[in-house]
Design a protein around this ligand. Structure first.
Ligand SMILES: Cc1cc2nc3c(=O)[nH]c(=O)nc-3n(C[C@H](O)[C@H](O)[C@H](O)COP(=O)(O)OP(=O)(O)OC[C@H]3O[C@@H](n4cnc5c(N)ncnc54)[C@H](O)[C@@H]3O)c2cc1C
Length: 390
């Protein structure tokens, strides 16, 4: 890095690539860059406002193609987790049971994200922990990025800073929010009320769609600091923002009581997800968004595997930008759309419209979705075949 003078005549550090956020989207971006273009990875820094190990509100269900991405990045997965092969979808008294061997590894995000960060640092990542993005100002063909520590003159800024992305707010203001509120708690297993822990089964309950919830309630078995626990949560995708809102707090409180859990709502945690809509802006000259900052799928809200896969798309967008000396990133959205990330989001968006638009019985739509999705060639075989979609 070299020193440059900014508008304010304060010296800025010159930085080719800055990744903001050390969640799976940020670390995966750097790891893919390091895999495909180590000379560019050397020129990148990652800033993260927290200090690792840091937690992130999440049920920790690592599904989809996560294992394949981790394998392709040669990440050793040696953290405590629960393997789950059964998912039960509920709608009132109706049940659709989906069995797929080891379809989820349930992890604690504290451990998972820390593993990705440690692996990246061991491979050479320049990690700036405790450094928070505060402001971004465009200056001709560069960006002046201010953090709580210093000022940088940045050529490429990757916003991997989560659903409430500041990169997005600063560089792509005025867009629809597409935010889905979610509430979650962890509670120790009560064998009388939480049989799913012993059954190693995840419950996704769509019953409250009839009360206007555009989402579902979940119960995930997990190990919280080694203690058998359950993640209980509720999410409302709000993909139909004009429909009347369900009262999430009341529904969740009612659900917790049915599991013999009486907790003051002040002890609940909440954090939104962001879903990607077809009209959303996810790049600007010198700026690309990844993971939750760009948007995930609105049906089930699974985002870890998408964040991991976004990393590959972003890495190639950066590599090609340097090859062509074109930092407009005008082709970034089509890259995402043509990648399995975009294809998966599109399929899930259709599913969300069917379920939350009240067009179909949720279980019929889910049954059809999962039976079609696992027909070959599916997204996973696309990934494994290494098909280049660029
Ligand atoms: C309640 C809940 C349950 C969920 N359960 C699941 C699940 O079971 N399975 C699943 O696949 N997905 C789940 N998700 C979604 C999943 O958590 C996200 O999709 C995933 O974390 C996205 O990763 P990311 O790297 O894009 O963002 P994040 O993991 O949010 O990481 C963003 C990082 O950026 C940092 N940051 C933010 N602002 C700044 C700043 N200004 N400067 C510097 N750093 C900054 C943050 O500290 C954070 O470390 C759940 C989400 C919620 C809310």
């Amino acid at each position: 890095m070299t020193l440059q003078m900014s508008n304010s005549d304060r010296p800025s550090l010159d930085c080719s690539i800055m990744i903001v956020g050390g969640g799976p989207a940020g670390t995966s971006t750097w790891l893919h860059l390091q895999k495909y273009a180590p000379h560019l990875a050397e020129r990148a820094i990652l800033i993260e406002k927290a200090v690792f190990p840091r937690d992130k509100l999440c049920a920790g269900g690592l599904g989809g193609w996560s294992s394949d991405v981790l394998e392709s990045l040669e990440i050793v997965f040696d953290i405590p987790h629960l393997s789950v092969s059964d998912v039960e979808f509920r709608f009132g008294e109706q049940i659709y049971h989906h069995h797929q061997s080891d379809c989820f590894k349930v992890v604690q995000r504290l451990d998972f994200d820390h593993t990705l960060v440690k692996t990246s640092v061991n491979r050479g990542l320049k990690l700036h922990e405790g450094e928070m993005l505060i402001d971004i100002v465009r200056q001709s063909n560069r960006l002046i990025v201010k953090t709580n520590k210093r000022e940088y003159c940045v050529q490429i800024l990757v916003g991997a800073d989560g659903a409430l992305s500041m990169v997005r707010r600063k560089m792509m203001p005025g867009q629809k929010s597409n935010l889905s509120p979610a509430i979650q708690i962890f509670a120790p297993v009560d064998p009388q009320f939480d049989p799913e822990f012993d059954e190693k089964k995840i419950i996704l309950d769509f019953t409250f769609t009839i009360d206007g919830l555009q989402g579902y309630i979940w119960h995930f078995p997990c190990l919280k600091q080694g203690i058998p626990s359950m993640a209980h949560g509720i999410g409302d995708t709000r993909i139909y923002p004009d429909k009347p809102r369900a009262n999430m707090k009341n529904l969740f409180s009612h659900e917790l009581k049915s599991r013999n859990i009486c907790r003051n709502p002040h002890t609940w945690s909440s954090h939104p997800c962001r879903w990607l809509s077809s009209e959303a802006l996810i790049s600007q000259p010198n700026v690309i968004l990844a993971g939750d900052a760009a948007g995930i799928e609105p049906a089930l809200g699974g985002g870890i595997h998408l964040a991991l896969a976004y990393g590959e798309v972003v890495a190639w967008a950066i590599i090609d930008a340097f090859k062509k000396s074109d930092f407009s990133f005008s082709d970034y959205k089509p890259r995402v759309q043509n990648h399995m990330v975009g294809k998966s989001i599109r399929m899930h968006t259709h599913l969300a419209q069917e379920i939350y638009g009240g067009r179909r019985n949720p279980l019929d739509a889910l049954r059809e979705f999962f039976s079609k999705r696992y027909q070959s060639p599916d997204l996973l075989s696309l990934l494994l075949s290494g098909t280049s979609l660029f």
